[in-house]
Design a protein around this ligand. Sequence first.
Ligand SMILES: [Zn+2]
Length: 214
Amino acid sequence: MSKYFYTQILSLLSCNTSIKYGFIPYICNTLCKYDLYSVINNVLVDPTTLPSKYVWKRTVKQLVYETEMWRYRMMTDSDFVRFRILQPTISPSIVYMTCCRAAHRNFMHEVAKLWCRSCRLDSLTLCQNCNVQTTDKIVHLVCECAATTELRTKYVCAIACFGIEFISEILQLDESMFTMKLMDAPLAPLLNNNENKDFLLISFQFIGDCLLCV
Ligand SMILES: [Zn+2]
């Protein structure tokens, strides 16, 4: 990395420059856009981490292609209406991270499918379990179906470990938001990372059990 580039980028990072346009800011913005900024940070800390030309070209090609494809599909595919809220960036899925044990794989598959299920709320369907008409089968099963009442009671008991305040807040969400929260939508109340993983594991299991009632 040239001394000029090094000096300029340090000035930019420390906000010690009035230059907002030009080669260096452009490079920084592009790296940010494709989640590559950590490479610059690493090199500033340890210059030996500078990737070879071959590695860098391959990384950029892959990431730029993946990011553009990701954005295009998120914007155009109606199946990703839920998914783009639940998974806003290219990163390992929380469903996979939460259900990493083999014993959890059965409901991991079911929950992952729900994330990519299109939301067609314009048509009513009849629940075969309780004969109630619903616009969203999953929300109905999770929140109101008579066939899942016992599962709901068990679920509320299972999440009691997260505190009465958490439970009362989560139960105040409307049905659609409540269902999204159980699938890890970034809605308050929030838990810390470890607690959230435990909460999601219980929630995914509950959703999986509800789906078995169909
Ligand atoms: Zn029902």
